[in-house]
Write a protein that binds this ligand. Structure first.
Ligand code: ADP
Ligand code: MG
Length: 261
């Protein structure tokens, strides 16, 4: 059974894309069939997967969403790129106009879901890299997901912003996707040398840990990790022995242990 995991947080720069890449590739390294979906018009996931100029791509998530929203016929597997380890549905700046076509579409919250339901049998895991907003695209991702993984940067403001995200997740769960689960909160860019980062980690565990899972693994602050997207490599290929690779490997194991559906 395929499991769909949305990586979401309306705050930018918290490690969503880095986590999507290294979780997706990590799961693929474990022998599973993985599809990654770039649901951010900035196309960072697309760039990280080796497409330096996403705006030159013609078949992207934008086309898929527009076709489904307009009830147009689509070739099976349209828009899916087959890369070395994973498959990818790329995105580029065009996706920023999809919110508009979505807002007038019938069943606008479940456009992505109706597409994913068709291709689900082809994969063990589908990982969606969400954009930094709680708009219609992110709601679409949450509506088709089995679980949501929330990267949180170990800093004061991002931790505060979590409340709004959790509210949205609860609203989607109530109205659109009853079986949506929280895979876990993942602390990222943790600078283990500072007591400040340690305070944030214990604060997140204290405030949220009672009501939802917080991963026991933290992603350390790592210059090597920050270089991976420009290098278009996963952390396992870029710095396999480093602390970030270790952490993402452990995260992958944890997510696989959480089971499929
Ligand atoms: P988001 O998708 O939430 O905007 P990104 O994954 O793009 O976040 O990360 C934001 C920035 O932080 C990027 O420049 C990225 O390379 C860097 N980064 C991500 N993870 C780490 C890490 N563990 N340590 C240091 N820098 C990181
Ligand atoms: Mg991103």
């Amino acid at each position: 059974m395929c499991k769909v995991i949305a990586i979401a947080n309306q705050k930018g720069g918290v490690g969503k894309t880095t986590t999507a890449v290294n979780l997706g590739v990590g799961i693929a390294n474990a022998g599973k069939k993985v599809l990654m979906i770039d649901a951010d018009p900035q196309g960072s996931l697309t760039i990280s997967m080796g497409f330096q100029e996403p705006d030159k791509l013609t078949d992207t998530l934008f086309n898929i969403i527009t076709m489904v929203a307009n009830d147009e016929d689509m070739e099976y597997g349209y828009g899916i790129l087959h890369l070395d380890k994973v498959d990818l549905i790329p995105a580029n700046i065009e996706l920023s106009t999809a919110e508009i076509s979505l807002s007038s579409a019938l069943c606008r919250e479940s456009i992505l879901k109706s597409y994913i339901e068709e291709i689900r049998p082809d994969y063990d895991y589908i990982v969606i890299d969400c954009m930094p907003s709680l708009g219609m695209l992110t709601v679409n991702a949450l509506t088709c997901a089995d679980s949501v993984l929330i990267p949180v940067q170990a800093a004061y403001l991002p931790v505060k912003g979590l409340q709004q995200l959790i509210k949205t997740i609860h609203a989607v769960k109530r109205q659109l996707n009853k079986s949506l689960k929280i895979e876990g909160i993942l602390l990222t860019m943790v600078d283990g040398r500072t007591t400040y980062a340690k305070d944030i980690v214990s604060q997140v565990n204290e405030v949220y840990g009672r009501n939802m899972p917080v991963f026991p693994i933290e992603i350390p602050l790592s210059v090597r990790a920050s270089e991976t997207s420009a290098a278009a490599k996963s952390i396992y290929d870029y710095d396999p022995k480093g602390k970030a690779a270790n952490a993402y490997e452990a995260l992958t194991k944890e997510v696989l242990a959480n089971g499929s559906n």
